[in-house]
Ligand binder design. Structure first.
Ligand code: SAH
Ligand code: SF4
Length: 365
């Protein structure tokens, strides 16, 4: 049965929720490899064997939200809060530009105050000016007003990542405090689309209470809202969070199960949305040192090497075991580049690597 579903997928036929759930439920190693190979063939054909880099700048761990899974949630008193200056963020973006990454991602906890919004706006203008508009900039700064999204877009940001976390509203309600709204998330994704971004979203995989059917519907949700990019990864418990305390630290067996399910989600997403950009999440690397390269071999085509100054990294712990804490940015670049070459892929240096799907849909309209 798995082979038949893969044949259909390879030919570009639509998969039903049941078929997607069947692929996600694979437990046999040979079948799993067949799924990965099929997704890799679709990736190679549609977007090529090229990995694009986005230098990840984690610019602040100050957050007004209290998501029950996240290590830097407002309620975690054990976090030493930091906020990079405008100059620091700009310098790290330039480091990524000079390292030929072509794009950077600016990520932080969520803040909607004018001081923060205008600081980001100024950084964006400086990056655009210093790179003559060449540097691709992705933002991942949470929920904002349409006006804020527009200001940042006009200042030079092209892409935005805002995960829906789960497309099941009941599950969403379980992993967030009562004042965090699923509907607002959906609305923010619409705002991003209206303001002209390449829009990226994704989910956490392996949440407590999440079923294969939930994940299958997540994949179909991404297709339904016609997403340009996907960034998703395994949920990993953080000891200082309500959810992490309930679940406890993963055993090695649980880590491997989470890794494999994460990889199957990437593969299935590539089969369903063939020409989008898919990021190989850092959380995969937290479960297995070569996790991100495995992601590339299952259909992902984007990697986000951390370029945050080493001193800030231990303070930006969304989950336990975050990798590369003590490596500096150039070490990350070099070790990652050679590992990617070793799996037979090239790296898209000095190009933005925009989503092919976005290009097609904007040319059509
Ligand atoms: N504040 C912004 C960006 C930083 S959080 C936002 O929330 O969009 C970025 C992502 O980290 C979140 O979307 C969430 O999916 C992920 N994340 C947070 N805690 C996590 C955990 N314990 N395990 C895995 N991913 C986690
Ligand atoms: Fe804040 Fe994002 Fe963490 Fe939620 S997931 S607490 S918004 S940093």
């Amino acid at each position: 049965m798995i082979n038949q579903i893969l044949k259909k997928a390879r030919a570009g036929e639509e998969l039903s929720a049941e078929e997607i759930a069947a692929l996600l439920s694979i437990s046999d190693e040979v079948e799993q490899q067949a799924l990965f190979d099929c997704a890799y063939a679709v990736k190679a054909e549609q977007v090529g064997k090229v990995a694009y880099f986005r230098g990840l700048i984690e610019c602040s761990n100050i957050c007004t939200k209290d998501c029950l899974y996240c290590g830097i949630r407002r309620g975690n008193r054990n976090v030493d809060r930091f906020q990079m200056t405008e100059e620091e963020i700009f310098r790290e973006a330039m480091w990524a530009y000079e390292a030929e990454y072509g794009s950077c991602v600016i990520q932080s906890g969520e803040r909607q105050d004018e001081g923060f919004v205008s600081m980001i706006e100024r950084v964006l203008r400086r990056i655009a000016e210093a790179s003559s508009g060449e540097m691709g900039v992705t933002l991942s700064l949470g929920e904002q007003t349409e006006e804020t999204y527009r200001r940042w877009r006009e200042a030079g940001a092209h892409r935005y990542l805002l995960r829906i976390e789960t497309s099941n509203p009941q599950l969403y309600a379980k992993i967030h405090p009562a004042d965090h709204s699923y509907e607002m998330r959906r609305e923010c994704l619409r705002r991003l689309r209206r303001t002209g971004y390449q829009v990226g979203t994704g989910v956490m995989i392996g949440l407590p209470g999440q079923t294969m059917e939930d994940l299958a519907r997540d994949v179909l949700f991404l297709k339904e809202i016609d997403i340009d990019m996907v960034g998703m990864g395994p949920y990993i418990p953080h000891a200082d969070t309500p959810m992490g305390q309930e679940i406890g630290v993963y055993t090695r067996e649980q880590e491997l199960a989470a890794l494999n399910l994460g990889l199957r989600m990437i593969a299935v997403t590539r089969l369903v949305m063939r020409d989008i950009n898919i990021a190989s999440a850092t959380a995969l690397q937290a479960l297995e040192p070569t996790g991100r390269e495995l992601g590339l071999q299952c259909g992902a085509n984007v990697i986000m090497p951390n370029v945050t100054q080493t001193e800030y990294r231990p303070k930006y712990q969304l989950y336990n075991n975050k990798p590369c804490l003590d490596e500096n940015s150039s070490m990350c670049r070099d070790c990652l580049s050679s590992r990617i070459k070793s799996i037979g892929e090239t790296i898209g240096f000095n190009v933005r690597g925009d989503s092919l799907h976005y290009k097609k849909r904007t040319q059509e309209s």
